[in-house]
Ligand binder design. Sequence first.
Ligand code: GLC
Length: 754
Amino acid sequence: MIETKKLSLFLVILISMISCHKQTQNLSETEISNDPMVELLAKMTLEEKIGQMTQYNGFWDSTGPAPKEGDAKEKYDHLKSGRVGSMLNVSGVKEVRKLQEIAVKETRLGIPIIFGLDVIHGHKTLAPIPLAEVASWDLDAIEQSARMGAEEASARGINWTFAPMVDISRDARWGRVMEGAGEDPYLGSLVGKARVRGFQGTDLSKNNTIAATAKHFAGYGFAESGRDYNAADVGTVTLFNTILPPFKACVDENVATVMNAFNTLNGIPATGDEYLQRDILKGEWGFEGFIISDWGSGAEMIAHGFAKDLEHAAILAANAGSDMDMESYAFVKHLATAVDSGHVDIKHIDDSVLRILRIKEALGLFDDPYRYCDKEREKTVPYHEDHATLVRDMAKKSIVLLKNEDRTLPLSTEQKNIVVIGDLAQEKTSPLGSWRIGSDDGTAISVIEGLEAKDVKFKYKSGPALISQPASFINEVIINKDDRTGFDAAVKAAKKADVVVMVLGEHGFQSGEGRSRTDLGFPGMQQELLEAVKEVNDNIVLVVMSGRPLVLTWAEENVPAIVQAWQLGTESGNAIADVLFGEYNPSGKLPMTFPRDVGQVPIYYNKLNTGRPGPSDLVFWSHYIDESNNPLYPFGYGLSYTQYKYSGLKAVASGPKSITVDLTVSNVGEMAGEEVVQLYIQDKVASVSRPIKELKGFEKIMLQPGESKVVSFELTEQELGFFNTKGTFIFEPGEFTVMVGPNSRDLSTTTIEL
Ligand code: GLC
């Protein structure tokens, strides 16, 4: 298959070198007819080719009357004249079929459209937000979650998702950390691969698999100051060792498409970055899919001061390797002129178009353009009861137990006099998170409902409302800062309670795109409410709902039990109740560091030592004078209702560039549980200063009370090597520290010389 592809790409380049775009090719018919996509390309006019490189947002109720004016009419006319290759934000078999019929039946060549949508963590049934899922460290569960999303979305006509987002980020101020896999490239790479497998399955041509997208290429998660869309400046070592590995992992997993990014990376807008897109992605890595721009990012090169106008933006994007233009209108309006004037070589156009046609071919859309328009599937698949079970399981595994003093948890369902406090405890939309385009408001099981489902007796007092106006994907969330209704009643009820369950945190639309924060505390009056309740009752179980790490320092010092419950999707309340009442022993581990103070951000575990790591009696070492360097909760941290013991760490060289690591983990508590055993290394001396520790292996194991298991890891050159300042991957012999433990802080260590 790959040989055929290479041959056909060669043919395309040969054709475009020999013939200008309006003449037919002068290659023998035999050579062209070997590959239907090349044959189709040879028939296309330049306008039709550029049409394939154009993606429009869904612009009207396609089952209604054709639009008569404005943008929608122009898009409709382009659709009918074969100048639209893809659409996004159209879903539903009826709508998709209607548009597909126009493309297939009313255009000259009948090339089917590919329909894209953000299927980020489910579609109708929602799994936990991606960052929460990663806290499960369960790659199979993560893959199955993506598989479910593909099943549901494909049943509604979608054949392409703009996921997984694989942007590494160390900055919880950035709202899109909720969409990724956290701060670590090793974990982020494995999660990216699992999600690509889940979405794409083993056969893209099946009607329940969808093309995946690794996004946003590249460096979007390193936005300066955590402010979305801001510039990213990183050196080669960070680019190659931290930012690029998850994208390379997705390319190795045959991801169908890559989406570029809004940001400049080292001064160059990603959409116009030839080094990133042509030299690295398509060149060095041999990526054979296509690159789609992010929404309007082509046109945004004007605002970046990189393009002087839309025509210039079209030239820059096409020459830099962007293959499809999402809602910039740059290609559809200016690319033909750019080719005619020689500013863009037709070979780039032909390469882009062939890449796009190939993905459509792989999806089976040429065999059957209506393959994803199965009305019977649409009636049942998006609401399948197995999906509720799947996302509840995923949600339980995503919960992280951060504190459990004096075994406050688990609670007994016989527990008397429970008071539940917090507006988020009744929320049925917020737990769905911000990236839930396909799902419906109010479909999450709330915490209240989860407790009721277990016949738990409790009183509920919401306290003040968290938001003072309805929230939405595109508008600012208006946090209630002055309406104290419910505050006193909640505190009064807490006073008489035996245990108070407080559900506090962010609204689901306070994280995600365009949602950067400078304050990582509880929004609104929640912190004041927490402290007021603490005044009257010490026995508080704090359940935190958020799309990012929050600053929980006061709670850590004043509250006996803390549970990180993210935004857990449709089965949120049931999963939280399962953990609070011990039906599930929490096993989650943090995929991002939780700071003590926002002033420490960006903060991450795999940091460099610096020349003055300290501590010292004098001030001349790398530290803050007003806060510790240490996080509140480190990467990989999470407690259990049972206790585990690590012993017998051994590391031996199994070759000149490999190490075998063995250790024993025992469950020394009274409850069965799953433990994520983590393996870190440090390359003690290297030609590039290396992090004090790097995750290079993990295994999630189930242990019955009293049970022990030997866990083994193999470290190879792939794990022990690194990219140097030239972006070259190297291995250097020398001393390595090998560390194992339940998180990135509490580690048993040994050293070994290679
Ligand atoms: C958005 C996001 C991108 C998403 C695209 C389509 O602006 O940046 O992640 O896939 O537009 O919705």
